[in-house]
Write a protein that binds this ligand. Structure first.
Ligand code: NAD
Length: 353
């Protein structure tokens, strides 16, 4: 008999396919918006400006100041531009950093957001906003930050460098892995999680060998969408808590930290719920999800040692202590020695035992 569950869909309108960036103007009409402000990072400014030019009169400007961790001062500057230009919506063109800025604007003025997602981080389909104010990162979960429309055009990801593709893809897989053992998981979230992991498991090795492979890029973006929906609909656990701790306190980069830590947090948790992670082990052809994920990450060239990101063994006590403060629920309760041992392995890049 099936376990009882609650299913709540929070999915925005999804427009998926090669060349769909050409549909932005139609999608603005769909939202009844006529004065879009395009957002990007400095790195993607040229693409954002080219998009603005193609849109013509329905675009009122480009703000290319998005940066990692959504600092409040950048949001306030973007809000000033939004109101000076008389914008009536934002188009977030980029990855999690740009999407974070769009969400931060929407959180303050409720503007509709059209997202053109160009990484695999998944933020575009979550009602979650992380922002930093004077170095302190806080997270809000609010439906006002969930974008209205998302365009996934695989052609826009052809230029995503292989190392970023690999890290971002493993970041997406991490959302789905934690979704499989979430307390509030349901049959639909678990189905999406496994479909997303399988798509990225197929796609990432193919992209590592041929970054402009259309089928693999399409598969990867499809997988990242599904993994992002899982992140947005069910609760995350030890892995996401550890990544937030290491990112927030030790300033480690987001996607790389996810990529390195995933096999180790899974090894810690798998001991308590091997049956829930068995589909991953089966997909990867191993007897344990943790070793399967570790070998997969090695095979696609992901970084393996937290020490290469600047963490040292002297940081492990503090990281363990912070992880144990206000811990997220986890299937295997958090216990200091086990967490520190797990971090030691991730520090050195040792294969989970
Ligand atoms: P990112 O958005 O910081 O992008 C990294 C760099 O890659 C940027 O310079 C960007 O301009 C560039 N880039 C993006 N797409 C590109 C492409 N297709 N081709 C070439 N360059 C490209 O990285 P990210 O990993 O997508 O996002 C990380 C941020 O997102 C973190 O701040 C994280 O906390 C946040 N995030 C939030 C959620 C959420 O639900 N709130 C989910 C995941 C990540």
């Amino acid at each position: 008999m099936r376990e009882p569950f609650i299913y709540k869909g929070t999915i925005p309108r999804i427009v998926f396919g090669a060349g769909t960036v050409a549909k932005v103007a139609d999608e603005l009409v769909n939202l009844s918006r006529h004065r879009a402000l395009v957002l990007s990072t400095a790195h993607q400014e040229a693409d954002a400006k080219a998009l603005a030019e193609r849109l013509g009169a329905v675009c009122v400007g480009v703000f290319s100041g998005a940066v990692m961790h959504t600092p409040v001062e950048v949001t306030l500057e973007a809000l000033r531009v939004f109101s000076d230009k008389g914008a009536d919506c934002v188009i977030s063109f980029g990855g999690g950093s740009t999407i974070g800025l769009g969400k931060a604007i929407a959180y303050r003025n409720n503007t509709p957001q059209l997202v053109i997602a160009t990484t695999y981080a998944g933020s575009e389909v979550t009602p979650i906003l992380g922002q930093t104010d004077r170095g302190i990162k806080t997270t809000v979960r609010d439906l006002s930050v969930l974008p209205e429309t998302v365009i996934y055009d695989p052609e826009l990801t052809y230029a995503l460098p292989v190392n970023m593709t690999v890290n971002s893809g493993l970041n997406a897989i991490a959302h789905a892995v934690e979704g499989l053992y979430a307390q509030d998981r349901n049959p639909v979230s678990s189905m999406m999680a496994m479909e997303g992991i399988a798509a990225l498991h197929r796609a990432l090795p193919a992209i590592a060998g041929d970054p402009r492979n259309p089928a693999a890029r399409s598969d990867a973006l499809y997988g990242s969408w599904l993994c992002g929906v899982v992140l947005g609909t069910v609760g995350m656990a030890l892995h996401h808590k550890m990544c937030h701790t290491l990112g927030g306190t030790f300033d480690l980069p987001h996607a790389e930290t996810h990529a390195i830590l995933l096999p180790h947090t899974v090894a810690y948790t798998e001991a308590a719920v091997p049956h829930l992670l068995a589909p991953i082990a089966a997909l990867m052809g191993t007897d344990r999800a943790a070793t399967g994920l570790f070998d997969f990450a090695r095979a696609i060239g992901a970084p393996s040692k937290l020490q290469d990101l600047g963490l040292t063994s002297r940081d492990l006590d503090k990281a363990t202590e912070i992880a144990l403060q206000n811990p997220y629920w986890n299937p295997r309760p958090l216990e200091a020695n086990g967490i520190k041992e797990m971090l030691q392995k991730a520090l050195e890049g040792a294969r989970p035992g």
